[in-house]
Design a protein around this ligand. Structure first.
Ligand code: MN
Length: 233
């Protein structure tokens, strides 16, 4: 576990399992529909609720998107109402509240994380990345399988609730995991894709078998094209 020195949640552990070097990149992937805090709403899912079956059930998506994600949006809107945060975009709220206002940070980051997660999966996903992403993965990890294994391990070993990530850091691909709401953008990384490993993401379908959920996501759902688009911007 690599704990970043500093204040507040920065100490709460990222795992970095790969890093090498070149070319600087900006922080924070932008997402449509998340422009201003005062009007936060859930972007629609990028696919129908049952589209990820049989790997993630419609029932899981119904609760996860309709209750958990919705709850974070509601709490975020309540937290920013009538404050200067309401004039800021979501990434600015996340970065600005980090280490200063845990409640605001947690809800803002969870709104971003969930939208990013939905886009990190698609029906008919899995398979092989292509183009510049495939090249970057091979340069960094040697093989796509090695990258996949690192992402699997980081996500599987994250103790308690959190997220697995493929990110860019200083132009290099890195695999990371974060606890609770923590987002790698506050640790100088640019997220490319994510996997939710909170129990609510898989418990209805897999109970305690997080590894089975992760395998299903990796093999059948992971959206390499989304990661490739984030790599390109
Ligand atoms: Mn979740």
């Amino acid at each position: 576990m690599d704990a970043k020195p500093g204040s507040g949640m920065g100490r709460r552990n990222f795992i970095k399992t790969a890093a090498l070097g070149a070319a600087a990149v900006g922080l924070g992937a932008s997402l449509p529909g998340l422009a201003r805090a005062e009007n936060f709403s859930k972007p629609p899912l990028p696919w129908p609720e049952n589209a990820l079956e049989p790997y993630i059930s419609a029932r899981t998506i119904k609760y996860h998107y309709g209750k958990h994600h919705a709850g974070y949006v509601k709490k975020l809107n309540a937290a920013v109402k009538g404050t200067p945060w309401a004039k800021m975009d979501l990434v600015a709220v996340i970065k600005g509240s980090y280490g200063k206002d845990d409640d605001l940070f947690n809800n803002a980051a969870q709104v971003w994380n969930h939208t990013f997660y939905w886009n990190s999966m698609k029906p008919g996903g899995g398979g092989q990345p292509s183009g510049e992403l495939a090249k970057a993965i091979k340069d960094q990890f040697g093989t796509v399988a090695a990258c996949r294994d690192q992402l699997f391990d980081a996500s599987a070993k994250r103790f308690g609730s959190g997220w697995g990530w493929l990110c860019l850091r200083d132009g290099n691909l890195v695999v990371a995991s974060s606890s609770n709401a923590l987002n790698p953008m506050v640790d100088g990384m640019k997220p490319l894709l994510t996997i939710d490993v909170w129990e609510h993401a898989y418990y209805l379908d897999y109970q305690n078998r997080r590894g089975d959920y992760l395998k299903a996501v990796m093999d059948h759902l992971i959206n390499w094209e989304f990661a490739a688009r984030n790599l390109a911007i």
